[in-house]
Design a protein around this ligand. Structure first.
Ligand SMILES: [Zn+2]
Length: 194
């Protein structure tokens, strides 16, 4: 089963129309085949995903276009990963979360560790995003811990996004504004909001 939704059609139209910018050099991306097929575990069941690949007309670099319900190198839908993070911030441990979500405990522990390890970077990035989206935004009050502050920054950004662009799943906004690298394992900075 392939995902054929309006969103993929839109991505295709943007790609063919030269509307997608290269994240490396800001050149224009053009179509360049497809990436390897993969299974995405979603709340609604497994989906087969075949992401589009694009090539920059400027620097000739290639990029895989992931739909925003995906995070780079993660097999689970970002909304599921987000639900685990929210439950963990609320005090639940990785084993009960995994049992509830039907995920492997080690997988859930991996998400939570990565989120905790990147909490300060995530907080700083999403606080910047929120201010770009809503310049009127006041000071963001600390929520009490590294992971709670990071989650709060994502929530504030998601609210600012929805006010500006209309209803969207908060964790899909988080995926998009982190360039899919919310739980990335590199030291590369999260991408800027443009
Ligand atoms: Zn480029």
């Amino acid at each position: 089963m392939l995902i054929v939704g309006t969103e993929l059609v839109l991505v295709e139209a943007e790609l063919v129309g030269g509307l997608l910018g290269c994240p490396s050099c800001r050149g224009v991306l053009g179509p360049w085949g497809h990436a390897r097929e993969r299974v995405l575990r979603c709340r609604s069941g497994n989906r087969l995903l075949r992401p589009r690949r694009a090539r920059c007309r400027g620097c000739a670099g290639t990029h895989v276009l992931l739909p925003r319900l995906v995070l780079a190198r993660r097999q689970d839908e970002v909304a599921v990963i987000g639900e685990a993070i929210e439950a963990n911030v609320a005090g639940e441990g990785f084993r009960p979360i995994a049992a509830r979500l039907g995920a492997y405990p080690e997988t859930v522990r991996g998400w939570l560790r990565r989120f905790a390890g990147r909490a300060e970077r995530i907080r700083a990035h999403f606080t910047r995003c929120a201010v770009v989206l809503d310049p009127e935004l006041g000071a963001v009050m600390p929520a009490g811990s590294g992971i709670a502050d990071a989650l709060e920054a994502i929530a504030i950004t998601a609210r600012a996004w929805v006010l500006r662009f209309g209803p969207t799943e908060p964790w899909e906004i988080a995926s998009r504004l982190s360039g899919g690298l919310l739980l990335g394992n590199t030291n590369r900075p999260l991408e800027s909001v443009t």
